[in-house]
Design a protein around this ligand. Structure first.
Ligand code: ATP
Ligand code: MG
Length: 224
C-alpha cells in the first residue's frame, strides 16, 4: 500500500475517534517538532495515558517551532504524516493539524486556548512534556497564564539529572502556583536529533522509530 493511501486511512480513523470524543473528560496534548516522531515520544505518551487514566492523547506537530526558528526543520507535511503513521495503531492517540495549519509561530498558549474552545468546560486538559522542556518552560510565551490553563505532566528524560529536575519543578510550582506532575518513565535515550544524524551518516535507526516511520524517512529521502 502506498503512503498516501496509508495516510488517508489513518486520517479517516482519526476523524471517527474525533466524533466519539464528545463525552471525553481528560485529554492530554503532546506538542513537539516531531522531526521525526520516535519511540521516546510514544512510550511516554502511552505510559502517562495509562497512569492518569486519560481518554486520549493528541500529538500536535508544531508548524513553526518557536525554539527552532533559524534552524532547518522538515516540511510540516512530512512531520504530520510520520506522526499519523506512528500513532495509527493506538486507538487513544490522535494527531492534530491545528498548529501546522496556522501560518504563525506555534505558541503553546495559543494552541491550548483554541483547544479549550473546541472542548467542553468539563474537559480537563493536560500537557505532556519531557524533563528538558519543563525545565525550559519559563522561556515559553505567557508562561504564567499557560501554567494556569492546563496541568503539566513532565516525564523523565535521560541526560537530565532528576535532582535538578525535581528542584526546577518545585521552584515552578511555588513561583507560579502551577499544577505540574512528574512521571518516571522507562529511560529511553532517544532523540530526533540523534535519529537525523544517524540517517545522515547512514547508520541504522531500526527500533528507534516505528517501522512505518523508518520506511517513510527513506522513501522521502529525509535527513540526507
Ligand atoms: P530534537 O532532538 O529535534 O529536539 P526531540 O527528540 O527532543 O527532538 P521534540 O519534538 O523536540 O523531540 O520533543 C517533543 C516533546 O517530547 C518534548 O516535550 C520533549 O521533552 C519530549 N521528549 C522527546 N524525546 C523524549 C524522550 N526520549 N524521553 C522523554 N521525553 C522526550
Ligand atoms: Mg527537543
Amino acid at each position: 500500500m502506498d503512503i498516501e493511501t496509508i495516510i488517508k486511512q489513518a486520517e479517516k480513523k482519526q476523524n471517527e475517534i474525533y466524533k466519539k470524543s464528545e463525552k471525553m473528560e481528560k485529554i492530554a496534548v503532546m506538542g513537539g517538532t516531531f522531526d521525526p516522531i520516535h519511540h521516546g515520544h510514544l512510550v511516554i505518551a502511552e505510559q502517562i495515558r495509562c497512569e492518569y487514566n486519560l481518554d486520549k492523547v493528541i500529538f500536535i506537530p508544531a508548524g513553526i517551532p518557536p525554539h527552532k526558528t533559524g534552524l532547518p526543520v522538515s516540511d510540516s507535511k512530512h512531520r504530520y504524516a510520520m506522526a499519523l503513521l506512528a500513532t495509527v495503531t493506538n486507538p487513544y492517540f490522535e494527531v492534530s493539524k491545528i498548529e501546522i495549519e496556522d501560518a504563525s509561530i506555534s505558541y503553546t498558549i495559543h494552541t491550548i486556548k483554541k483547544l479549550k474552545q473546541i472542548y467542553k468546560d468539563n474537559t480537563e486538559l493536560f500537557f505532556i512534556t519531557g524533563a528538558d522542556a519543563i525545565c525550559d518552560i519559563e522561556t515559553w510565551k505567557d508562561v504564567d497564564e499557560l501554567l494556569h490553563i492546563c496541568h503539566f505532566i513532565a516525564a523523565t528524560r535521560p541526560g537530565l539529572e532528576s535532582p535538578f529536575v525535581d528542584r526546577k519543578i518545585k521552584e515552578l510550582q511555588k513561583k507560579y502556583k502551577a499544577d505540574i506532575y512528574q512521571m518516571d518513565v522507562p529511560a529511553l535515550a532517544i532523540s530526533s536529533t540523534d535519529i537525523r544524524r544517524r540517517v545522515t551518516q547512514n547508520q541504522s535507526i531500526k527500533y528507534l522509530v516505528p517501522e512505518s516511520v523508518e520506511y517513510y524517512i527513506y522513501k522521502n529521502g529525509l535527513y540526507r
